[in-house]
Design a protein around this ligand. Sequence first.
Ligand SMILES: *Cc1c(COP(=O)(O)O)cnc(C)c1O
Length: 354
Amino acid sequence: MDIEYQLVKRTEKVQLPEKLEFGRLFTDHMFIMEYTPEKGWHNAKITKYEPFNISLASIVLHYGQTIFEGLKAYKRPDGKIGIFRPEKNFERLNNSARRMCMPEVDIDFVLKALYELIKIERDWIPDHPGTSLYIRPLMFGNDPFLGVRPSDTYIFTIILSPVGAYYKEGFKPVKILATDKYVRAVRKGLGECKTAANYAASLLAFKEAQQQGFSQVLWLDAIEQKYIEEVGTMNLFVQIGEEITTAPLMGTILPGITRMSVIELLKHWKLNIQERRVSIDEVVEAYKNGSLKDVFGTGTAAVISSVGILKYKDIEMTINNNQPGEIALKLYDEITGIQYGTKPDIFNWVKIIE
Ligand SMILES: *Cc1c(COP(=O)(O)O)cnc(C)c1O
């Protein structure tokens, strides 16, 4: 399939604001293509980013048949652009698509479309330390029909948003609240898909946690509310003694690409990393006996987010004196170094665009 180009004529140079908020500013162009059962994916174009018309009866608005991805492009010291493990995001998108009865995309084709789009929008990639261009692929069912069934027609798009540094005042630990009041995803449900329903399910818990002064919710497993799973849009790692653990992929958590990269790095460093279920009681126990060393989240937005305070019921645990742990810091430096091209990319994670 060819990509049609309908490029916007710019008279002035792109001027990025001093302060970049996450996800509010979008670039000039987007990639978009359509799907019908007869034609498959077709009508691929890179065109002006602007509001898009859909019917108010569109299936996505009523029944949430939609999936998305999130990844980043970085400006490198030599002016080239790096994208972190983009093929993994489209593999995951296709996994989400299968679970949501949506058509898969051709990974090589959408990667090519993404690289073309990024090249066109290269002036939108900020170059201050910690800044990047956030990439949001999105697919949704678009039949104008009120019955509950998978849509026949789909839209796939990629939009881009320049984002500021996640850590403006240095690597600062966050406060999170383990909740047993709500659940996010149950086994055999949608937990491993980046699909709207999971985020809809999380909103009230998030709001209540924020009202209590926490930045995120730590989800416990939905059946027993006993085992720790993940945080908001991050996977969670807990270091007890010398062992670093993270929840196994059993269908309830999002299989993060940062999570995968952290596991690969920890193994490479010959550290003891285990994918196993850890109960919140085990964490509390470790806190009480002094063996809880480090707790951190992993995800594209922050890369590594150190947890300084973790509250469960009426126990408020201060981790590592509310300072980032040694391993969290080391992982942050290593992964961001690879992403920005200041450290050797020994695993070949970064796709470079000239
Ligand atoms: C996106 C996401 C993550 C992190 O995935 P990355 O690929 O590392 O960005 C973790 N949990 C949830 C619920 C997410 O939506």
